[in-house]
Write a protein that binds this ligand. Structure first.
Ligand code: SD4
Length: 333
């Protein structure tokens, strides 16, 4: 289902109960996920949250759902790196500040579950590459085929025509942003959709997770923000949590999600906290910022939600008892 269609059908919103849809929610349980693909991810998590399950289980279920799909940017059917190899990044962080992550893992279907195992079964936080794969195999995850999906094969063949190494995340509304649109996505394929998820459960606990194949056609070995705690994900159960999508290097540079949570700790609402982190990126180099996209999504302890992006195009999905819709993020430039 395409993005526009999805946006159109998302009608069960706060609007329908008489509140403007940008009004912050203050309910629990609640699950929010990046992009429109987050709708179905939230559905998977909601089954658990609505039965008084834990935020951690909901996040893992959401991550596993999207890792099973034919998605450009998550799971083994995602787009490969520039050597034609799919490498996956994922992390989880729970309400006790426990966290686990894997980066650059190959041929494992559910990296978010491996990240959870790193959190629960090792004294470590981040495992990478061959070692992460070995750990996954030792913990019963099967070794999958390394073959690309048909869509990924097509996109990769397309990219190989120019093999232009241009590490950018495409900005939607490409006509408007013509000069900044990456040349290898002329066919309309997207290179975003990293799944960042945040949930607040009925036990009043917040947990988050991220799963992604990372930036399409990245250098082999390149790791983005997604599995980096404090960059792609940060949770502080006293304050709230944040996740990000977009050009990971820019997020890592400012410890983006940690920054968002710290702004919330200072009393800013989630949207303003996200905006201030986006401003940090833009103020550093405005000219460069015009060429890239980063979006932050945050939730606070009250269940209020907000997002902000560098450019237009970032959307997120929200699920509560009263709300099940896609919301467009505001943006700075
Ligand atoms: C990365 N942040 O690897 C990821 C890419 C992304 O939506 O978010 N895509 O830099």
């Amino acid at each position: 289902m395409d993005r526009k269609h999805f946006l159109k059908i998302s009608s069960v919103g706060l609007g329908s109960i008489g509140l403007p849809s940008f009004s912050p929610s203050a309910q629990k349980p609640i699950m929010v996920s990046t992009w429109d693909s987050g709708m179905k991810v939230n559905d998977a998590g909601w089954k658990i949250l609505s039965a008084n399950g834990t935020a951690l289980d909901a996040i893992e279920a959401g991550g596993n759902f999207i890792e099973n799909q034919n998605d450009c940017c998550v799971g083994l059917k995602g787009y490969p790196d520039r050597d034609g190899i799919v490498t996956l990044d994922a992390c989880v962080m729970d309400h006790l500040s426990n966290c686990g992550a894997v980066a650059g893992i190959e041929r494992i279907k559910h990296p978010i579950s491996v990240a959870r195992k790193v959190m629960e079964k090792t004294p470590h936080v981040l495992m990478v590459g061959a070692g992460a794969q070995q750990f996954a195999l030792e913990n019963g995850f099967p070794l999958e085929s390394g073959e690309l999906s048909d869509d990924a094969k097509k996109a990769y063949a397309n990219w190989l025509k120019t093999s232009k190494y241009e590490p950018v995340i495409n900005i939607e509304n490409k006509k408007e942003n013509g000069p900044f649109a990456p040349s290898f996505f002329e066919d309309g394929t997207l290179n975003h959709d990293t799944m960042g998820m945040l949930a607040l459960d009925t036990h009043n606990n917040i947990c988050g997770g991220v799963t992604t194949s990372g930036m399409a056609f990245k250098m082999h070995g390149r790791v983005g923000d997604s599995p980096v705690i404090g960059a792609g994900l940060f949770v502080d159960n006293e304050v709230g949590a944040a996740t990000s999508s977009g050009l990971g290097e820019e997020v890592i540079r400012i410890c983006g999600t940690h920054l968002v949570v710290e702004f919330m700790r200072q009393g800013y609402r989630p949207e303003m906290a996200c905006k201030k982190a986006v401003q940090r990126i833009v103020n550093r180099d405005r000219k460069k910022a015009k060429t890239l996209q980063v979006g932050f999504l945050a939730i606070n302890k009250k269940g209020q939600v907000g997002a902000y992006a560098v450019q237009t195009g970032f959307v997120y999905s929200i699920r509560t008892n009263n709300q099940n819709e896609i919301i467009k993020s505001k943006f700075l430039i």
